[in-house]
Design a protein around this ligand. Structure first.
Ligand code: GFB
Length: 313
């Protein structure tokens, strides 16, 4: 991508979009296009078409999505499937009609079957039942992958699809009901420490395993793939290692410096037992992550503290 190419980051205020914005600006890309959800409702096909017709965009990072943790997905299935289908369909189709040179579509490792062999190879897609708590979201993400592949085959577009593992970092959401596990636990341990609470409650049994990639590493992988990958097949992006939810809670407890107890609320769902991405395809291309989980937990907690202080001002 040339530094003056017009690059649209769909979802630039979110966890992934803001990391892409930080990275592209730091690399000297000076023709970036962003629209807030108040300026452009990506679920509205006419608005999206008019935007692409007006802007004549060269490259698209499709990082806009309705996302959330296990409880949010299980509570709002209709919104998760509807909004993600609409946003992806509108952007992918308008990108084709307006002659976008290349588009990167972001999915998730939750698209793989619940009980697929681990680590998850890209070829396991659609080989088994999905995890019920996030099936609507996963179906929307799978539809976007298939749409990119169909447009590539029929229209000769260059629409690539990237499947990140669980992500965390600055600009994540810390709402205790709707957020993902890592930010939720950072906040829970922080608040327990501040209020000298006797214990922190972790959902589920603590035995499921999850892999966590810092969002700045994902952004770096996305830029790498936009520059070097031309295939229609999906590409996993991950750390190559995972840990149990209990181990994650214990690491976060240490980072926050909380000295109380950890309890488990088994009335809450565990979700899929494990979803470790097989990253041999991407690592084989020469890319690898740079931020360890301990480094990432510390920097994300510091970001959370700074934002707390700003909020209290
Ligand atoms: O990140 P998370 O909510 O979603 O992680 P998934 C859920 C796992 O963490 C479950 C446990 O095993 C939960 O029981 N957990 C423990 C908690 N304490 C908490 C807590 O306080 N909050 C939350 N949220 N979980 C998501 C998909 O699956 O993965 C999304 O639902 C997306 O669609 C995302 O794909 C990447 O990792 O299970």
């Amino acid at each position: 991508m040339e530094l003056h190419a017009k690059i649209y980051i769909a979802g630039h205020n979110g966890l992934v979009g803001s990391a892409l914005l930080r990275l592209l600006r730091s690399r000297g890309y000076d023709n970036l296009v962003m629209r807030s959800r108040q300026e452009l409702d990506l679920r509205n096909g006419e608005e999206v078409k008019a935007f692409f017709d007006e802007e004549s965009i060269d490259y698209v990072f499709l990082a806009a999505a309705k996302v959330g943790g296990i409880l949010a997905n299980d509570t709002y299935p209709a919104e998760f499937i509807r909004d993600n289908l609409l946003m992806a369909t509108n952007i992918i189709d308008s990108a084709y009609r307006s002659g976008v040179r290349k588009l990167l579509n972001l999915g998730s490792t939750c698209i793989y079957p619940k009980l697929a062999p681990q680590p998850l190879k890209e070829s396991y897609l659609l080989t088994g039942e999905l995890e019920s708590t996030n099936e609507p979201y996963a179906i929307a993400k799978i539809a976007a992958i298939k749409m990119c592949q169909a447009y590539n085959r029929q229209y000769g577009t260059r629409f690539i699809s990237v499947m990140p593992t669980n992500l965390y970092g600055p600009n994540d959401r810390f709402d205790l009901n709707d957020s993902h596990v890592l930010p939720a636990l950072l906040r829970k341990f922080h608040e327990a420490k501040e209020k000298s609470l006797p214990s922190v409650q972790v959902w589920g049994t603590g035995s499921p395993r999850r892999e966590f990639l810092h969002v700045d590493d994902l952004a770096d992988a996305c830029l790498y793939l936009m520059e070097h990958y031309e295939g229609s097949e999906i590409v996993n992006v991950g750390m190559g290692e995972d840990l149990t939810i209990q181990e994650l809670a214990e690491r976060i407890q240490r980072v926050v410096g909380y000295e109380g107890d950890i309890t488990f609320d088994t009335s809450k769902p565990d979700g899929t037992p494990r979803k470790l991405a097989d990253t041999s395809k991407l690592f084989g291309m020469g890319w690898e992550p740079a931020i360890s989980l301990d480094e990432g937990l510390t920097s994300t907690y510091l970001w959370f503290l700074e934002r707390q202080q700003v909020a209290q001002v």
